[in-house]
Ligand binder design. Structure first.
Ligand SMILES: [Zn+2]
Ligand SMILES: [Zn+2]
Length: 46
């Protein structure tokens, strides 16, 4: 299912496009990245 994730370290995940809401995240206020994974790994190896 399509979702959007943050790669800044907060493990943020949203079902709609947007920006990271975690103020202590390296990618705070940056756009979330589109992802289609089904295993919740978001394309990462581990
Ligand atoms: Zn984040
Ligand atoms: Zn994913």
């Amino acid at each position: 299912m399509t979702h959007y994730v943050c790669n800044g370290g907060c493990n943020g995940k949203s079902e709609t496009p947007g920006s990271c809401q975690a103020e202590d995240c390296a990618d705070h206020a940056k756009q979330l990245v589109h992802c289609d994974c089904v295993d919740d790994m978001h394309g990462r190896e581990e």
